[in-house]
Design a protein around this ligand. Structure first.
Ligand SMILES: NC(=O)c1ccc[n+]([C@@H]2O[C@H](COP(=O)([O-])OP(=O)(O)OC[C@H]3O[C@@H](n4cnc5c(N)ncnc54)[C@H](OP(=O)(O)O)[C@@H]3O)[C@@H](O)[C@H]2O)c1
Length: 238
């Protein structure tokens, strides 16, 4: 797909991986709209993406609002959903508050809502990109909820790809990436990233741009569908 003049919606495009993807897609000539809950973050994101970008408030868990947003923003060629959906539950499953475990699935519901409500607007050469995460296939201690949700996202993409064809759908799976999703600052934040990536083949946190490059690849390559693209510094290997 040649991105010049294409209309692209990036849900979760006001921060981190989604914002980096929005910037890279806009730099290739796409007309990008970023969506998220916080209007101030959207405004700052639009300013940083530059000419042609726009923002629209949306909570991915509000299906009615999402249907209205898609109807208003159509036609569009590409739908990217990189929204976290809300908080994630971390810790051993056997000690986990089950409401917290279930709450981690907000990410999946945000993704399924957007595919169900958005795919029919896409042209035949259009595509969708979602984001899972390396814990889906290598669950470290304390990551049971995140791992389960990531598996669900990857399984969902494989399940719906045949229904959506010839429209394409793919998922990008990041390892530990230095984004605002992680709190903390200064040395504490740096130490967290060092600990979290120490066993990886490339022992550092990835950048949002490194993941965004894979999202752009999934959009541009018309022969890629129903698959998962890992951008994780080798996190899956022993
Ligand atoms: N960073 C990592 O290490 C990492 C690793 C593996 C997977 N991932 C996945 O990568 C994706 C992007 O994460 P990130 O690190 O870029 O996170 P981030 O910097 O925190 O950005 C999250 C984005 O999602 C939006 N968002 C969250 N909940 C939303 C909702 N209910 N409705 C609409 N928008 C919502 C946020 O905007 P508002 O808060 O204003 O709504 C923001 O734009 C997520 O699916 C995450 O699980 C990240």
């Amino acid at each position: 797909m040649n991105l010049s003049g294409r209309r692209i919606l990036v849900i979760g495009g006001s921060s981190g991986i989604g914002l980096a993807a929005a910037r890279q897609l806009a730099a290739r000539g796409a007309d990008v709209t970023v969506l998220g809950r916080d209007p101030d973050r959207l405004e700052a994101a639009v300013a940083s993406i530059g000419a042609g970008a726009s923002g629209r408030p949306l909570d991915v868990l509000d299906r009615e609002a999402m249907a209205a947003a898609f109807a208003e923003l159509a036609p569009f060629d590409v739908l990217i959903n990189a929204a976290t959906g809300g908080e994630r539950a971390v810790g051993p499953f056997m000690n986990m508050d089950l409401d917290g475990f279930q709450g981690s699935f907000r990410k999946l519901w945000g993704y399924t809502n957007s595919v169900r409500l958005g795919a029919s607007y896409l042209p035949e050469d259009g595509c969708i990109v979602l984001v899972s995460g390396s814990p889906a296939r290598k669950c470290r201690p304390g990551m049971a909820a995140i791992s389960t949700v990531g598996n669900a996202v990857e399984g969902f993409v494989r399940a719906v790809a045949p229904e959506l064809a010839p429209r394409r759908i793919n998922v990008v799976s990041p390892g530990v990436i230095d984004t605002p999703m992680f709190g903390g600052d200064g040395d504490d934040r740096q130490r967290f990233f060092e600990r979290a990536t120490a066993d990886n083949l490339i022992p550092r946190a990835g950048t949002p741009d490194e993941v965004a490059a894979a999202i752009v690849f999934a959009v541009e390559n018309d022969f890629v569908t129903g698959t998962t693209i890992d951008v994780d510094g080798g996190a899956l290997l022993p």
